[in-house]
Design a binder for this molecule. Sequence first.
Ligand code: G3H
Ligand code: 13P
Ligand code: ZN
Length: 314
Amino acid sequence: MGLVTTKEMFERAYKGGYAIGAFNVNNMEIIQGIVEAATETNSPVILQVSAGARKYANPIYLKKLVEAAIECNKKAGHDIPMVLHLDHGADFEICKDCIDSGFTSVMIDGSKYDFEENVALTKKVVEYAHPRGVVVEAEIGKLAGVEDDVNVSSDDAMYTDPAEAEEFVKRTGCDSLAIAIGTSHGAYKFRGEARLRYDILEEISKRLPGFPIVLHGASSVPQEFVKMCNEYGGNIPGAKGVPEEMLKKAAEMAVCKINIDSDIRLAMTANIRECFEKNPEVFDPRTYLGQARVAVKDMVKHKIINVLGSENKA
Ligand code: G3H
Ligand code: 13P
Ligand code: ZN
């Protein structure tokens, strides 16, 4: 099967009341950990590449690593559906570049623009992507916190307006929509109690029946990793994410794609810190990166089975 678009994946997820995990990839160990987890749980998976990842690893390396994952999987007799997705495409050019180089899905993030500019930009990307068999995720509303280059303070946080969401989807022809209902990027998501605006999600799904919604900033920031980081020399007090039960509820509603990056970072860092602290003699990167890779795999398996509900949906 190899690389596919999100079309059928989202149709099934919507009907089945579960979501597909979209995990950010930056290097070989992360890709291997995620793909092994998806394979062992027989789950579809989205591998997503941000502008930061492209800058860090070079897009050619990332593409070839994903191709290697597919080839290794096939050789081992597995064939889970995988999507290669551009995360937070900032402009038409980066989307075009990814579409031309074999991505099966791109996100155009026009949320920093006003409504009309966002519509025009998204439409332009859709018109380029669709004839080439690529699907497009768009975004309206602003997530609190740091969103790639754009800083949005919590006070500026703007929930998605359901009427605007409906008009936006109808006018742009985008295939999925990221909305703001209270999540935010990074490891510090809520000042007080975690709260998601399910009422907005519900209203959007009434206006756009069957249309797949995307949740960014959806890491749950597992406290075991925060504790390990802090215990072994780190300093990330008070890091807090979206409780898993809240994500589960969103997945049962119209949310078909749940974005996870920070939890990968935390799983790796916690384990590398632990490895260094407990084994000061270690200087072979394969030892600590190997431990980090297992941690990514275990974390992703946990999400698939206990949060996303995508186990055995490949
Ligand atoms: O939404 C942002 C993702 O976590 C990607 O972050 O731009 O640092 O790779 P990044
Ligand atoms: P987290 O920072 O919550 O992992 O969100 C990642 C994300 O939305 C990537 O687009
Ligand atoms: Zn995001």
